[in-house]
Design a binder for this molecule. Structure first.
Ligand code: DOR
Ligand code: ZN
Length: 445
């Protein structure tokens, strides 16, 4: 097959922010030349990077698109456009849709819809248990062997709390190199009414509390199960200092455990709940500053492997409730880089090369995506994100590609922003706008 993606010349980019400028010539979706002073071939599109930082395209290991079932709050297409704004070239679409992605047919449906969506690669996550009910394993093998080639399985939103089912799932997916991504939260320790980090705030605000140990006890158990089974375990949205310690312990024993932190858990605390604004209601909950600090340290030293957005669009009518009955979750795709840049890079705790690891290289490896998270080098696929580290952004929830508005960053000033996103040589986001793209003239990764 021969496909013309057109030719793109990026001038004056600074790969990984190491201070060396180069031009990149991209043809047919591949980086063909990297050097100073390249000249644009006839008909080439030119993007002047102006010394901005060039990173491998971001990969989100944890996105909630709401299609099928709640297309009023997000579709695969709208989520893909939000992802492009955020610098993402691939997203893992969580299984808690309606119906749940718990069969090969359902996974293929998401996969096929994703392929029709030109702005980002959409990779379906399969459910661990049928209907996310935690009672019976879903058809893991069939989902893997399907066209969707599912490798990551998660009941996210719910914890796989039965230890025997968790053990079986870990053992089963190991046969084909899969991974179980756990939403670590013991439902017996975190009652369904829980909505606030358990501590002084929950008492004072009168909100049912969510103890750190509900998360930590499941992580400890799952590390032991993964160790016994010789399996890969991924821990979604780690939120407590104790959890970071447990991941560190698991890794020190040689267990194949990876962990994720969300932008919101890296930046916001339970103090946000003071005004009972349900935009701050999220699962797991915003915790204490000491937890935020531990997560930042864990991400900076590699104990936490990846940033995952947990982008969770919700309708106004599902959020405009009293705090206890509102839905859980917040938007994240469009702002993730700006948050990470503000709390870690601007503070001198992570380099841009570290950001490339946490937001692209490691999540791509976690998800088994060979075409993403690659080095910026000749012969590599041109999945790239251009970042302006000095730009300041005041977030406006109305300025979004998402169909939802539950944006906890609204009105906040952040430092650093994505200025362009390139998927296989085609800009998906450029000059402040999502690009109009026809269907891609090639087979996706
Ligand atoms: O806050 C959350 N929202 N946490 C989850 O685990 C699920 C997500 C959702 O689907 O809305
Ligand atoms: Zn979750």
């Amino acid at each position: 097959m021969s496909h013309d993606h057109g030719t793109l010349l990026i001038t004056g980019a600074d790969p990984l922010g190491e201070g060396h400028r180069t031009d990149l010539l991209i043809q047919d979706g591949i980086i063909r030349q990297m050097d100073e002073g390249l000249t644009a071939p006839e008909g080439a599109r030119v993007v002047d990077a102006g010394g901005k930082v060039l990173l491998p395209g971001f990969v989100d290991p944890h996105t909630h698109l709401r299609e099928p079932g709640r297309e009023d709050t997000e579709t695969i297409a709208s989520g893909a456009r939000a992802a492009a704004v955020g610098g993402y070239t691939a997203v893992m679409a969580m299984a808690n849709t309606t119906p749940v992605t718990d069969t090969a047919t359902a996974a293929e449906w998401v996969y096929d819809r994703g392929r029709e969506t030109p702005h980002v690669d959409v990779v379906p996550v399969g459910a661990v248990t049928k209907g996310l009910l935690g009672e019976e394993l879903a058809e893991l093998g069939l989902m893997h062997r399907s066209r969707a080639n599912v490798l990551m399985f998660s009941d996210d939103g719910k914890c796989v709390h039965d230890p025997l089912l968790m053990r079986r799932a870990l053992e089963y997916v190991t046969d084909f190199g899969g991974v179980v991504a756990q939403h670590a939260q013991d439902p017996r320790l975190a009652p369904h009414t829980a909505c606030c980090h358990e501590g002084p705030y929950s008492g004072r605000l009168g909100l049912p509390g969510w103890p750190a140990v509900a998360e930590e006890s499941i992580i400890a158990r799952d590390i032991m199960l993964a160790k016994a089974a010789g399996s890969r375990l991924h821990v979604c949205h780690v939120s407590t200092a104790g959890s970071v310690e447990l991941i560190r312990w698991g890794k020190s024993m040689g267990v194949d455990v990876t962990a994720e932190a969300t932008p919101h858990h890296l930046a916001l605390t339970v103090a946000e709940l003071e005004g009972y604004d349900s935009v701050y209601k999220v699962n797991p909950p915003l915790r204490a500053m000491s937890d935020v600090e531990a997560l930042r340290a864990g991400l900076a030293d590699g104990t936490i492997d990846v940033v995952g957005t947990d982008h969770a669009p919700h309708g106004l009518h599902d959020k405009q409730h009293d705090f206890e009955t509102a839905t859980f979750g917040m938007l994240g795709l469009e702002t993730a880089l700006s948050v990470v840049s503000s709390v870690l890079v601007a503070e001198g705790r992570m380099s841009w090369a570290d950001v490339a690891q946490a937001m692209s290289v490691r999540p791509a490896r976690l998800a088994g995506l060979d075409g993403h998270g690659r080095p910026i080098a000749i012969g590599e696929p041109a999945n790239l994100t251009l970042v302006d580290p000095a730009a300041t952004v005041v977030v406006d929830r109305e300025d979004t590609q998402s169909l939802s508005r539950n944006n906890p960053w609204h009105g906040r000033e952040l430092t650093g922003r994505v200025v362009a996103t390139i998927l296989r040589g085609r800009p998906t986001f450029l000059d402040g706008a999502v690009t109009d793209l026809g269907p891609e003239p090639t087979t996706k990764a």
